[in-house]
Design a protein around this ligand. Structure first.
Ligand code: FAD
Ligand code: SF4
Ligand code: SF4
Length: 485
């Protein structure tokens, strides 16, 4: 092992510099500055090169983390990039948005007593450097194949599958109802976590590599799934989950009570320079307003921090459990607190108040009860504990469910689970329709970018296997058919 490694006993953990909270409140730039070369090498050298690297085990892509850390410590960045990109389609994006505290870094063995290696920041540094130095190339097939695959959805799941299939030589067509590729990476996750240029340049690379994008094309509306099955040798559904969960409270339909993704999409579009009438009319703009966000997950954190940047008068987050039981990443909660968000823990909305426009939220205090079968403590309202939070904008961030795909696609035979996610055979990733595969949130329910990438890559392998087996079976049957004539 190189002498450079195992420096965790000598060198403390140092995350990339975090921009000052007061400056962050007024712009949309990313929160963390990139590592400089010396800091990246130094931090990578803290790795102890474990024989059984738990970081790798707990990365959904099983990235070969120890090897790319070692190459980074030695200044061999091109080799580090080769390794990082061999298992991860978007290492620079995962380095920015993965909840590393729950995945790779949370399982780094030196975490106990020494603070983990800063894996995500090094991964980002390696791949940002690769982009700067021109090492990131469009997908290039060794030879063209006569088979085509149609992919529904240009989010991380669909894009990861497209890249893998194109490298194998397939003719790949991605259909997306939006006008830009990237899925939630472009219109969900805000710029201060993931600058949009980082997503857009991947789209450009893939188009340059021969992947065909059919944007503004909603499958089930502009083209049917049946037509795609006719057109292509296989189809992958990677449409994500978009139906916002709602609250059954009086006043929920009042003007000024809006869904999180409508709000975030409008903000992201505005940042990209689009005309956004719902934003310009003020309906989805928090400027000067008293805002309440309901929910405690990552989407809620993205909303409260977007509200701050839009120049709201104040922003309060209502969450029915306590801080320790929040489902989102603690790193994002801390960032929100630093940026001036007020949290009201153990509080749930009872009613939205107002006549022609929302004026407030009546909420009730909750207490944590006994754990249920899953081990999670249940919440119960405290009698006579109601209070009112004034608000002229309320954002509901309560999670997402799948749309009704069998109806949307006019394919009643497309089997779904009781949650509406697509049912697949987990060995082949095929749905109940032959030759139709599925990946990402539409199978898992709302999840993470890194899991969508993993699913997309796995689906590409299964599609390749299936298309080749079918072609071989057809070729084997062809001479017999001729002989029989
Ligand atoms: P998506 O990214 O949702 O992409 C699906 C694509 O399919 C979309 O482009 C959509 O337009 C298209 N589509 C849908 N229906 C049709 C149709 N009928 N015809 C054509 N196209 C269609 N994950 C993280 O790891 N870190 C984070 O910090 C993070 N932050 C998030 C913040 C927000 C606000 C949200 C909502 C999610 C966040 N996530 C985060 C989750 C992550 O973005 C998703 O898990 C991931 O994008 C899922 O990828 P996907 O490819 O399955 O679907
Ligand atoms: Fe960690 Fe995510 Fe990178 Fe895996 S992909 S090493 S979990 S940051
Ligand atoms: Fe290095 Fe930590 Fe992974 Fe061990 S668990 S190989 S120390 S990053």
């Amino acid at each position: 092992m190189a002498e450079k490694m195992l420096q965790f006993v000598r060198l403390p953990q140092r995350q990339p510099e975090k921009r000052d909270a007061e400056a962050r409140r007024h712009d949309w730039a990313e929160v963390y500055r990139p590592f400089d070369p010396a800091a990246a090498a130094e931090q990578a050298s803290r790795c102890s090169q474990c024989g059984v690297p738990f970081c790798q085990v707990h990365c959904p892509l099983h990235n070969n983390i120890p090897d790319w850390l070692k190459f980074t410590a030695e200044g061999r960045l091109e080799e580090a990039y080769e390794i990082a990109s061999s298992t991860n389609t978007f290492p620079e994006i995962c380095g920015r948005v993965c909840p590393q505290d729950r995945l790779c870094e949370g399982n780094c063995v030196i975490e106990k007593g020494f603070d983990s290696v800063t894996i995500g920041a090094v991964e980002r540094y390696i791949t940002d450097t690769a982009w700067e130095r021109g090492w990131v190339k469009p997908p290039k097939p060794r030879r063209e194949l006569p088979y085509s695959v149609g992919i529904v959805g240009a989010g991380p799941g669909g894009m990861a599958a497209a890249e893998r299939l194109r490298v194998k030589g397939y003719q790949v067509h991605i259909y997306d109802r939006y006008d830009r590729a990237g899925g939630l990476m472009i219109y969900g996750i805000p710029n201060f976590k993931l600058e949009k240029e980082v997503v857009l340049r991947r789209h450009e690379q893939y188009a340059a590599g021969g992947i065909h994008f059919h944007l503004n094309c909603a499958v089930g509306h502009d083209v049917s799934l049946a037509e795609l099955r006719e057109r292509h040798d296989a189809v992958l559904i990677a449409t994500g989950v978009y139906r916002a969960r709602d609250i059954a409270c009086p006043g929920v339909g009042l003007p000024g009570v809006v869904a999180a993704l409508d709000y975030l999409t409008a903000s992201n579009r505005k940042g990209l320079g689009d005309a956004v009438p719902e934003f310009d009319s003020g309906a989805l703009d928090a400027r000067g307003k008293t805002v309440v966000v309901v929910g405690g997950g990552d989407t809620a954190m993205d909303c409260v921090r977007t509200v701050v940047r839009q120049g709201a008068k104040s922003v309060t987050c209502l969450y029915r459990r306590d801080k320790a039981n929040m489902p989102g990443s603690m790193r994002e909660v801390k960032n929100a607190e630093e940026e001036g968000v007020r949290f009201v823990w153990l509080a749930a909305p009872e009613a939205f108040l107002g006549d022609a426009q929302v004026t407030g939220v009546r909420a009730v205090r909750m207490h944590l009860g006994l754990p249920d079968a899953t081990g999670r403590q249940q919440v119960e309202p405290i009698p006579d504990s109601s209070f009112v939070e004034p608000a002229d904008l309320v954002i509901k961030a309560l999670g997402f469910d799948p749309e009704d795909l069998p109806t949307m696609f006019g394919e009643p035979a497309l089997a779904v689970s009781r949650w509406g996610t697509l049912k697949i055979d987990h060995r082949t990733m095929m749905t109940s329709l032959p030759g139709v595969f599925a990946a990402g949130d539409i199978v898992r329910g709302a999840s993470l970018v890194v899991w969508a990438i993993r699913d997309g890559r796995d689906a590409a392998e299964q599609i390749d296997r299936w298309v080749r087996a079918k072609a071989e079976a057809e070729a084997a049957a062809a001479p017999m058919a001729v002989a029989a004539e």
